[in-house]
Design a protein around this ligand. Structure first.
Ligand code: UDP
Length: 333
């Protein structure tokens, strides 16, 4: 497979959890320049503060619901934007809808103008509460259009429709990943998704807050595996959506036990009410990724959790220090 040598890449949402790992990987793969556009609503300049040590990297504060103007060639546009944690999109419902719709279209316009490949980081959420797990790319979903999760689900569904329209009407070379639960370093301590919550609780000796009876299931993909899947997809010719996730399923109760074992301690299990409209399970079917991208996850849950715990231990220690970080304002581009 070829790599990103000599390519100029724009990453929308490059200062977020996944976006920052992607920027890092692109620079390590020899990209000529990586430009991150991010409004820092849920991302942070800290995530990309050291990336210029790896190559030519620019971090720009820009809200992609405003038009995107970039001089010179662009070979790839990755759309990694959107609040992704259920608590973030509950607090930012309009922003979530706008970035998934207007923001995605602005990204597609940039790709069209530059003749670039456009990769949409879509989500397993487009299926809502799936009727027939494991989730195959061909199923159409089971979404409550007015429920608390709908701002994410519907915006991302619309995003997929836009991507296909730009592909069909304007011939943009589009790629579409459906991302399942992913975890690793640089998740926000306070984003309220289950991994940072349980890891934070384990490290601080608090009780684990398990929602419902803990029998709902999730499958967790380590971030380096996920990024590898995205990179393979971007470099392929595959226009169909492709699930990228780890098919190994655990109940949330089992997951709390796994975090406790890896952390070497932690509190008791504290049961709390289950939030509304939560998917009960959603393992990915990754047959398509295996066949078309020769991709499957390689990092075990035990390895991934150990890496994540080590990073969070450091982050908790450093939280008070508040380092100064540089970025460019979009007006200066
Ligand atoms: N969860 C939990 N306790 C928490 C946070 C989440 O038991 O403090 C459960 C939640 O009920 C869900 C799973 O963990 O079944 C994953 O939740 P998350 O918010 O990480 O993302 P989701 O997969 O629901 O989008």
């Amino acid at each position: 497979m070829s790599n990103f040598q000599g390519k100029r890449v724009v990453v929308l949402g490059g200062a977020g959890f996944l976006g920052s790992h992607l920027c890092e990987r692109l620079l390590r793969d020899g990209a000529e320049e990586v430009v991150s556009l991010d409004n820092f609503l849920t991302g942070t300049p800290r995530n990309v503060a050291e990336l210029s040590l790896l190559g030519s990297f620019m971090s720009v504060r820009h809200d992609i619901t405003e038009p995107i103007r970039i001089g010179g060639p662009v070979h790839y546009v990755f759309n990694m934007t959107s609040p992704a944690s259920p608590s973030d999109y509950a607090q930012l419902p309009i922003e979530t809808l706008r970035v998934g719709s207007i923001g995605t279209e602005n990204g597609l316009r940039l790709a069209r103008e530059k003749g670039a490949v456009f990769l949409q980081a879509s989500t397993s959420e487009i299926h809502g509460d799936p009727l027939m797990p494991p989730q195959q790319e061909g199923s159409w979903g089971n979404v409550n259009p007015i429920g608390p999760r709908s701002v994410c689900d519907e915006a991302r569904r619309y995003g997929e429709t836009l991507v296909m329209a730009y592909h069909r009407v304007h011939g943009v070379r589009t790629r579409m990943a459906r991302i399942f639960n992913t975890y690793g370093p640089r998740m926000r301590l306070d984003d309220e998704r289950v991994v940072p919550v349980f890891v934070g609780q384990a490290l601080q000796g608090e009780d684990f807050t398990v929602f419902g009876d803990g029998s709902q299931k999730r499958s967790f993909c380590y971030v380096s595996d996920l990024i590898d899947g995205l990179v393979r997809l971007a470099l392929s010719n595959v226009t169909l959506p492709v699930n990228i996730g780890n098919p190994r399923e655990l109940t949330i109760f089992e997951f709390a036990e796994a975090v406790r074992t890896t952390a070497g301690g932690g509190g008791r299990i504290l049961f709390q009410p289950l939030p509304k409209d939560e998917p009960k399970q959603r393992p990915p079917d990754i047959t398509r990724a295996r066949m078309l991208l020769d991709w499957e996850p390689r990092v075990s849950l035990e390895q991934g959790l150990a890496e994540t715990l080590a990073w969070f231990r450091k982050a908790l220690g450093a939280r008070a220090s508040g380092a100064h970080v540089e970025f460019t304002e979009s007006a200066a581009l």
